[in-house]
Write a protein that binds this ligand. Structure first.
Ligand SMILES: Nc1ncnc2c1ncn2[C@@H]1O[C@H](COP(=O)(O)OP(=O)(O)OP(=O)(O)O)[C@@H](O)[C@H]1O
Ligand SMILES: [Mg+2]
Length: 215
């Protein structure tokens, strides 16, 4: 089982959107996927409860779900949707349990400040310092035509971290969230543009899984 923590303490960074879309994509590739909702708002769990029958199955877990129940399902992927405000010991614990950390960053000054502080905290954690956790950044809700998008690039450029992709700002994500779906559950004619933002994430995950296997 490969464990992906999606985290950024800044509210609204795009954590649940990335977690749910990634979960649905992997499920669509016939993988067994569990999404664990660590947020008291239960956005991911509620998304799952809205998910219509007939779409690739994603299982849900909550903080108090017995780990044995998860293990019995033998998932290939456990995606952990972190809450806003995650710092200190709870952050360290979730990082300890993860193989990889995906950090979505939305293009605004407030997000950059909060994310810079978070990355300082994250990269000071022992398993990260020791190179035992894969960390990557994902631009979130990006409109490439805007000044904010180039500000995002300027913010991300000096960080010595993998910046995988920019997920575009699209109402498709909003509508999919409402319906318990992902962009990968939408017809190609509507969603192809949005799909194009994701392959760098899938390729990075594949290489990280291969690196874990090789260890
Ligand atoms: N790529 C996108 N395009 C358009 N809207 C988006 C996109 N990503 C996220 N959103 C919207 O932005 C809002 C915040 O996103 P999301 O809930 O995923 O963030 P979050 O980091 O999980 O927030 P919280 O910290 O509250 O858990 C939601 O309304 C979501 O639908
Ligand atoms: Mg969320």
């Amino acid at each position: 089982m490969y464990v992906i923590l999606v985290a950024n303490p800044k509210g609204g960074a795009g954590k649940t959107t990335i977690a749910t879309n990634l979960a649905a994509y992997l499920a669509g590739k016939r993988q067994r996927v569990v999404i664990k909702d660590m947020d008291r708002q239960r956005s991911a769990a509620r998304w799952l409860s809205r998910r219509p029958r007939g779409f690739p199955e994603v299982r849900g877990a909550l903080p108090d779900t017995d780990p044995k129940v998860i293990a019995d399902y033998t998932p290939q992927w456990l995606i952990v949707d972190a809450p806003a405000g995650l710092h200190d010991a709870p952050l360290a614990e979730l990082v300890k349990q993860a193989d990889a950390v995906l950090v979505p960053v939305a293009p605004s000054a407030f997000d950059f400040e909060a994310t810079a502080d978070f990355l300082t905290e994250l990269t000071a954690l022992k398993p990260v310092k020791d190179g035992k956790r894969a960390i990557a950044i994902i631009g979130s809700r990006v409109d490439q035509r805007t000044v904010a998008a180039s500000n995002l690039d300027e913010f991300l450029e000096p960080l010595s971290l993998d910046v995988l992709t920019h997920i575009r700002d699209s109402q498709l994500y909003v509508h999919a969230a409402r319906d318990g779906l992902s962009v990968f559950d939408q017809p190609r004619s509507r969603a192809e543009e949005s799909w194009a933002d994701w392959p760098p994430i899938f390729e990075w995950l594949q290489s990280m899984v291969a690196a874990k296997r090789a260890r």
